[in-house]
Design a protein around this ligand. Structure first.
Ligand code: HPA
Length: 283
């Protein structure tokens, strides 16, 4: 992470966006894609790569430490649009402050992105969603116990009480279904994580209405909605959730499922990015 003294996370995101623009030579970007565990290969072939830099070269951005997260930031041209691809993210369970967890998304939005596509690897709670299936998020349960809207909040950044009624854009969800008519939709339970869940926790999450379980995305969604960007969330089911198959859970299986599903996920992402219509929503 490059040295910085700024403690206002929004100013820090603006500084990172300015550093990004000069590092990649692209003044503004239209859309951002955050690639979760196992989604790394979905970026290959997404569009024409203009530049690629290590994420950690930008102010406030730590290098991802989890296997399957590449730690690069690429500027791509996709269907005439400037697209930022963040290959990897940092998670709350790694011990980062929430502001650091959402810094990549805030930076992308400060760089001009009005559309944010958040991808992740998830365990399936709903038997309809088998391993290797991409699922569009219809909504989420934020069970991390944290929020980017909690804590000291600058008075010049609008209301912290973000409306999350349509956290995941109905317009972008419809676009994703046009690109891939076989996609399912479900509710994502975002937990603090660090360890996988117990079977009892999975039974609880099913009662709460969750279809998918993971350790990311929800905090980034809240931060993006606060800044007025539209969010599309897509989970790749990498395993059946704890207790739902005869087997235990292993991060290597999570990454392997991502490799297998790579071509389908790349086609989905490319279709969505090419199908974006302007003008995007305004703040
Ligand atoms: N639980 C939590 N996070 C995950 C899982 C899971 O089963 N699979 C991939 N990420």
């Amino acid at each position: 992470m490059s040295a910085t003294t700024n403690t206002d996370p929004f100013v820090l995101a603006e500084e990172a966006a300015a550093a990004l623009a000069s590092a990649v030579g692209v003044e503004r970007h239209d859309a951002a894609v955050v690639l979760g565990s196992g989604w790394g290969d979905a970026a290959a072939g997404l569009g024409t790569v203009i530049a690629e830099i290590p994420m950690s070269s930008l102010p406030g951005m730590p290098a991802p430490s989890v296997g399957g997260h590449k730690g690069t930031l690429s500027s791509l041209s996709v269907g005439g649009r400037a697209v930022l691809v963040l290959a990897g993210r940092c998670h709350y369970y790694e011990g980062h402050p929430v502001a650091t967890v959402v810094h990549g998304v805030r930076t992308a939005i400060a760089a001009g992105c009005r559309t944010v596509v958040l991808t992740n690897a998830a365990g399936s709670i709903n038997p309809a969603f088998g391993v290797g299936t991409p699922v569009v998020l219809s909504d989420h349960l934020n069970l991390t116990g944290a929020s980017p809207m909690a804590g000291p909040f600058p008075s010049d950044r609008g209301s912290r009480f973000v409306d999350l009624t349509d956290a995941y854009s109905p317009r972008l969800r419809a676009l994703a279904h046009r690109v891939d008519a076989t996609l399912g939709e479900g509710v994502y339970a975002g937990l603090l994580g660090g360890a996988y869940e117990t079977p009892a926790e999975i039974r609880m999450l099913r009662l709460l209405g969750a279809d998918l379980v993971g350790m990311s995305t929800v905090l980034e969604t809240i931060a993006a909605r606060h800044l007025g960007a539209e969010v599309l969330g897509v989970s790749l089911v990498t395993n059946l959730a704890a207790g739902l198959s005869g087997d235990g859970l292993d991060h290597h299986d999570v990454l392997a499922a991502g490799l297998d599903a790579g071509p389908r996920m790349m086609a989905l992402l490319r279709g969505v990015l090419e199908g974006l219509e302007g003008p995007e929503t305004t703040m």
